[in-house]
Design a protein around this ligand. Structure first.
Ligand code: FAD
Length: 292
C-alpha cells in the first residue's frame, strides 16, 4: 500500500517545526524514524495533511549526563543508545532494554522520542521511563513543560502531548554505582513487540534494598508501575522469599487485556515469572557490583 497524499516539510529548527504544526492546526504529523508512522500511513490508518520531518534538526539528537541524569534528545536513534558508552556505564538498564527493540535496521532509524510519543504499551522505552520515574520535555507555542511518565501516557498509542507540541528530550536518572538492573521480556520471536516486558532496578546497602524500581509493559493500555511490589522489597530485602512475594504481588497489580497474542491470565502469569527473573538478575548484579 502507498500512503495518502501529504505535504512534506523538513524544518531546520524546533521553532520552525512548531510554526508548521501551528499552521496546520492539528492536521500535521511529526516524522522521526518513521518506523511506526510510515506503516500507519501505508495502511491509511493515519491521513495527516502534512508531515513535519524532524530529521534535519541536529539539536534534537544527542546523549549527555548532567547532575546525575541522562538527557537524551528526542531524535537520538535507538542504535546510538544501544552503543553509547555513557548509557552503558550510567544507565545499563536502557542498553539492555534497547536490545529488545525490533531489529537492527529498525533501531538504526527509530528514535527514543518517537517510541515514547507513539506510546505502544508493549514498547520497551515507555516501560523503562515508567520504572525509573523519568520525564520528558515537551516544547509548544507557550514554551517548555516537563511531563513525568504517569502524566504522559494516557491510553493505547495516546499521550497527553498536544498536537502543537514536540517532545524534545527524555530525562532518566542515572543508576547508582551499586545498583543492579534487568530488563526481562517474552515475545514469540526476537524482535517482536513484547507480550510482557519488565524493567527492574534495585539499589542495595548491605542486606537492605534501599530502592526498588519496577514496571511492566504489555499488560494494559499503558505501562504499569508496580509500586506495591517495590514496597515489599524495600521492606523485606532481596532474599528469594521477598522476591517471590514481590513477583506474586506484581501479577495482582496488572489488569491486562486478552488479545490474539495471549489471554489476560497468560499475561498475568508472565508478569509474575518475568518479575521474579528480572529481580533475581538485578539482585545478583547489585551483589557483584558491591563486591568489586
Ligand atoms: C517490524 C517492527 C518491529 C518493531 N519492534 C519493536 C519493539 O520490539 N519494541 C519497540 O519499542 N518498538 C518496536 N518497533 C517500533 C520502533 O521502535 C519505532 O521506531 C518506534 O515505535 C517509533 O519511533 P520512530 O522514531 O520510528 O517514530 P515515528 O514512526 O516517526 O513516529 C511515531 C509517532 O510518534 C510521533 N512523534 C515522533 N517523534 C515525535 C516527537 N519528537 N514529538 C512528538 N511526537 C513525535 C509521530 O508523529 C508518530 O505519531 C518496531 C517497528 C517495526 C517496523
Amino acid at each position: 500500500m502507498k500512503p495518502p497524499k501529504f505535504d512534506y516539510h523538513a524544518p531546520a529548527s524546533v521553532d520552525e517545526a512548531l510554526a508548521l504544526l501551528a499552521r496546520y492546526g492539528g492536521d500535521a504529523k511529526l516524522l522521526a524514524g518513521g518506523q511506526s508512522l510510515m506503516p500507519l500511513l501505508n495502511f491509511r490508518l493515519s491521513r495527516p495533511a502534512a508531515l513535519v520531518d524532524l530529521n534535519r534538526i541536529a539539536s534534537l539528537a544527542g546523549i549527555r549526563e548532567e547532575n546525575g541524569r541522562i538527557r537524551l534528545g528526542a531524535m537520538t536513534r535507538q542504535r546510538a543508545i544501544e552503543f553509547s558508552p555513557v548509557v552503558a556505564r550510567r544507565l545499563p538498564l536502557l542498553t539492555e532494554a534497547t536490545r529488545w527493540v525490533g531489529h537492527l535496521p529498525i533501531r538504526s532509524r527509530g528514535t527514543i522520542g518517537g517510541s515514547i510519543a507513539h506510546a505502544d504499551p508493549s514498547a520497551e522505552y515507555p516501560t523503562v521511563l515508567t520504572a525509573l520515574r523519568g520525564e520528558v520535555v515537551a516544547r509548544g507555542p507557550k514554551g517548555e513543560r516537563v511531563v513525568s511518565a504517569p502524566d504522559l501516557f494516557e491510553t493505547y498509542l495516546t499521550t497527553t502531548l498536544a498536537a502543537d507540541e514536540i517532545l524534545v528530550e527524555v530525562r532518566l536518572p542515572a543508576l547508582d554505582a551499586k545498583a543492579g538492573w534487568a530488563f526481562e521480556e517474552f515475545a514469540r520471536r526476537h524482535g517482536d513487540f513484547a507480550i510482557v516486558g519488565i524493567a527492574a532496578m534495585v539499589a542495595t546497602q548491605g542486606e537492605r534494598c534501599t530502592a526498588a524500581r519496577l514496571a511492566a509493559g504489555g499488560v494494559g493500555p499503558i505501562p504499569v508501575r508496580l509500586a506495591d511490589a517495590e514496597a515489599i522489597l524495600e521492606r523485606d530485602g532481596l532474599g528469594d522469599a521477598a522476591i517471590e512475594a514481590a513477583a506474586r504481588r506484581a501479577a495482582e497489580l496488572v489488569a491486562p487485556d486478552s488479545d490474539i497474542h495471549g489471554s489476560a491470565d497468560y499475561r498475568r502469569n508472565l508478569t509474575r515469572v518475568l518479575t521474579g527473573r528480572a529481580l533475581k538478575r538485578a539482585r545478583d548484579r547489585a551483589n557483584a557490583t558491591t563486591r568489586t
